[in-house]
Design a protein around this ligand. Sequence first.
Ligand code: PLP
Length: 234
Amino acid sequence: MSDAMSPESRIAERWQSIEGRICDACAAVGRDPEGVGLVAVSKGRSAPEIAAAARAGLQRFGESRPQEFREKFALLEDLELGIEWHFVGRLQPNKVRLVVGACTMIHSVDDADLAETIDDRSRSLDIVTPVLVQVNLSGESTKGGVDSGEAGELLATMRTMAGIRPVGLMTMAPDVDDAEEVRPLFRGLAELAEQLRRELDLELPHLSMGMTGDFEVAVQEGATLVRIGRALFE
Ligand SMILES: *Cc1c(COP(=O)(O)O)cnc(C)c1O
């Protein structure tokens, strides 16, 4: 049977299963599942695959490579699928113009030069771009992100920029066999956000954390956006 399933129903089935797991994770800690948004990470997926997922009802898609994003954005723009794009990957200042204006949120801001370039571009388009500060809590040098001790300074710099609105924190946990191993990192991000809210008097409503291998633990620790690729598309 499953061979004959349309791409739409296949993805709808996977999506439903993920939503069920998010609901269970919320129930375990007494959270309202309405407070958890799903970002379907579509890097490496073709425009037709993304269109099928959007027709199945997914609306928020995350991309991590500026050029690839821009090509798919161009192909999908006119289909009026109601897609809300998030940028979740490494971003160099010279690629900012490919992303700002086309993405609803940038999850991966980790330095002041990048913030300034996003600010400049946003102001020239007369928009305000919501951004998250990416924090590196694992110490892995291959992952982007500021050290937790630097997040406050970057947020303080960003709050003076009229073209940027800092709305929270993001982190990427290392790949582990047992997601319980990264629970302390997610808890650490939630605690850091709480501390920064107090110190800087910022709202910072969003915690972007949790991927295919660890999203239930992230939800239990307070994620408001989970970024899921493989569990939806593979
Ligand atoms: C690829 C990617 C994801 C999704 O990872 P999966 O393990 O496929 O769910 C999430 N966040 C970022 C930044 C990514 O690059």
